[in-house]
Design a binder for this molecule. Structure first.
Ligand code: GUN
Length: 280
């Protein structure tokens, strides 16, 4: 049986450290603040946003909530972002995605000041990551790096295989692993021999969005498996992109779903907000 990588416990430990950093900032009269912007009433987005606000409160970070109707114009949202950019009480701006179809997501992200881009989605943040310069790192891949490091594996020289090439997870994660001297392969829906690529992985990251897509028979014995998937089955259960039951007997270490990668994403958002306040 593989070692379980406990994201919930690691997140709790890091959130404790963040709460201490927040206290230290408050002692210097700096109150870290995060603006959370929700457009429309998508139930999943509403749930994410309320989890983020709760996590802020627990860490002592003030959250400022902005809710726009789905019918709001792109200009209204751009005007709001402009105000948040120049508001000194706000150190981080989070615009929950996805946005309604009539809004251009990249135009909205581009409008956020890179100095408040705690999601790490702005092209300046992505460019800084690619160049290895300090800046905000996107939260899910940053959380994955913390999970990997919590196992004390030496990433250097390992073969890391990422399945999924999204802007939010696959692409930024590739550069984080590369910065740590892994040999990185990014696979996607057009990859010719996906099973063969996965089989090579010392560190496998599954970010596909398909329930139990990767079976235990794909995995190299002893490999580390990080499962980013959050898929709801018809019976309501949440499962990952990896078939946990068959993978756990082959992998050396594996993240569960839930309580693996999930709790780390919000933790890294809090961390970025504190980092922004420290820089302010
Ligand atoms: N939608 C899904 N994940 C995220 C995230 O990490 N940040 C934002 N802003 N929107 C999301």
């Amino acid at each position: 049986m593989a070692n379980l990588i406990d994201g919930k416990a690691l997140a709790a430990k890091i959130r404790n450290e963040i709460a201490k950093d927040v206290e230290a900032l408050k002692a210097r009269n700096i109150n870290p603040g995060l603006a959370v912007v929700l457009v429309g009433n998508d139930p999943a987005s509403s749930l994410y946003v309320s989890s983020k606000k709760k996590a802020c409160a627990k860490a002592g970070i003030e959250s400022f909530s902005y809710e726009l109707p789905a019918s709001a114009s792109e200009k209204e949202l751009l005007d709001l972002i402009g105000k948040l950019n120049s508001n000194g009480k706000i150190h981080g701006i989070l615009v929950q995605l996805p946005l309604p179809d009539h809004m251009d997501e990249s135009r909205i992200i581009n409008a956020i000041s890179p100095e408040k881009d705690v999601d790490g989605f702005h092209p300046v943040s992505v460019g800084r990551l690619v160049l290895g310069e300090p800046g905000f790192r996107s939260c899910t891949p940053a959380g994955i790096m913390e999970l990997i490091d919590s196992t004390e594996i030496d990433i250097k020289g390992k073969r890391a295989v990422i399945v999924g090439r999204s802007n939010i997870v696959g692409k930024p994660l590739a550069f984080m692993l590369l910065e740590r001297h892994a040999t990185v392969t990014i696979c996607h829906s057009k990859t010719a021999d996906l099973k063969g690529e996965v089989r090579n992985a010392d560190i496998l990251i599954a970010a596909i969005g398909r329930a139990r897509f990767i079976g235990g028979d794909w995995i190299k014995p002893g490999a580390m498996v990080i499962d980013v998937g959050i898929n709801r089955l018809d019976d309501g259960r949440i499962v990952g992109d990896v078939d946990f039951d068959s993978a756990k007997d082959v992998a050396g270490a594996i993240t569960p779903v839930p309580k693996g990668v999930g709790p780390m994403t919000i933790t890294m958002l809090l961390k970025n907000t504190v980092l922004s306040a420290q820089r302010s």
